[in-house]
Ligand binder design. Structure first.
Ligand SMILES: C[S@@+](CC[C@H](N)C(=O)[O-])C[C@H]1O[C@@H](n2cnc3c(N)ncnc32)[C@H](O)[C@@H]1O
Length: 275
C-alpha cells in the first residue's frame, strides 16, 4: 500500500523518499523501452545534433540510459554529464555505466540550480523532468545559461491539462483529469515550453506536438492508469467511490462500442542559444 503522500503526488519529484525507489527505475525502463517514448528519444537525439568532442548535459537523467546513448556519439574527447535529484537514480546510472568505457559521468543535483558555469555545454536535453519541478521556468533558464552560444536545448514534456478520455460522462471525466493534473507539480509545462524558449531568446525554435492515443483499456498499462486516475480522485475526495466505479463501467462500455479513446499530448521542443 502506497503511503498517502505518494498516492496524491508523483514520486518522481522526490524518488529517494518513496517507499520503493527502485520501482521508479523499473517504470522508467519500461516506458523508455516502449515504441512511443523510444521514438521521442530518437527525435530528441536528432535535434541535439551531437558532434564528436561535444560536451552534453542530460538533466533529470534518471538511470542514465539516454546519457549512455549520447556518450556513444561524442567520442573519447567528448563528455556527457547526467544530473538527477535522486541518489537512487545516480547510483543506478553509475552501475549501468561501469565498465563500458564511455565518456559519461553522473552527479546528484537540482535542475533549478545547476552546478555548472555559464556557456559550458554544446547541447542540453531534459525529458519528462520539468513536470516534476516547482519552478520549471527556472530550470529552463538554467539549461539556457549553461548552454554555449550555438548549442541546442531540447525538452520533451506532456501537457496533462489537455488530456481527453472519451466515454459518455464528460463532466465526470474532467474531474478525473483535473485530479490527475494535481498529481504533478507542473502539469501544463509541455505547452508552455515554446513560449519560455522564446522569452529566453532562443532561436530556430522547433515544436513537435505528439499525441499518445490509446483505444483499448487493456493496452500498454492503460488499465493500471485508469485505476490510478480513480484511486487518486477518490483519495483527494474529488469523486466518490461510486462515481469511480460508474466512470470505469462507462469507459468499458465505450471500449466495447469502439468509442473509448485516451489522448495525451507531448510537446517536443528544441531551440538554439544565439551565437
Ligand atoms: C520521469 S523521470 C525521467 C528520467 C529520464 N529523463 C528518462 O526519460 O528516463 C524524472 C526524473 O527527474 C528527476 N528529477 C526530479 N526532480 C529533479 C530536480 N529538481 N533536479 C533534477 N532532477 C530531478 C527524477 O529524480 C527522475 O529521475
Amino acid at each position: 500500500m502506497e503511503s498517502p503522500a505518494f498516492l496524491t503526488e508523483s514520486a518522481y519529484s522526490h524518488i529517494d523518499r518513496a517507499p520503493e525507489p527502485m520501482k521508479c527505475v523499473q517504470r522508467m525502463d519500461e516506458i523508455g523501452a516502449g515504441k512511443f517514448w523510444g521514438s521521442i528519444k530518437s527525435q530528441m537525439l536528432e535535434l541535439l545534433e551531437v558532434n564528436l568532442g561535444d560536451r552534453i548535459v542530460d538533466i533529470g537523467c534518471g538511470a542514465g540510459n539516454d546519457s549512455l546513448v549520447v556518450a556513444g556519439l561524442v567520442g573519447k574527447h567528448g563528455r556527457v554529464v547526467g544530473i538527477d535529484f535522486s541518489n537512487t537514480m545516480i547510483a543506478e546510472a553509475n552501475k549501468r555505466a561501469k565498465g563500458l568505457g564511455l565518456p559519461v559521468e553522473y552527479h546528484f543535483g537540482d535542475a533549478q540550480n545547476l552546478p555548472f558555469p555559464d556557456n559550458n555545454f554544446d547541447g542540453c536535453r531534459a525529458e519528462r523532468l520539468l513536470q516534476h519541478l516547482d519552478n520549471p521556468q527556472r530550470a529552463i533558464a538554467e539549461m539556457v545559461r549553461v548552454a554555449k552560444p550555438g548549442a541546442h536545448v531540447v525538452a520533451a514534456e506532456p501537457d496533462y491539462g489537455s488530456i481527453t478520455i472519451k466515454g459518455s460522462k464528460p463532466i465526470l471525466t474532467r474531474k478525473f483529469v483535473s485530479s490527475h493534473c494535481g498529481y504533478f507539480r507542473s502539469p501544463r509545462i509541455g505547452m508552455l515550453i515554446p513560449l519560455l524558449f522564446e522569452r529566453l531568446q532562443l532561436v530556430d525554435i522547433n515544436v513537435v506536438v505528439i499525441s499518445s492515443i490509446v483505444k483499448k483499456i487493456g493496452d500498454r498499462g492503460e488499465k493500471q492508469l485508469i485505476n490510478k486516475y480513480i484511486n487518486l480522485a477518490v483519495a483527494k475526495g474529488m469523486v466518490s467511490e461510486t462515481e469511480g466505479k460508474s466512470w470505469l463501467e462507462d469507459l468499458k462500455r465505450a471500449e466495447i462500442a469502439g468509442r473509448f479513446q485516451h489522448q495525451t499530448t507531448i510537446f517536443l521542443v528544441s531551440g538554439r542559444k544565439p551565437n
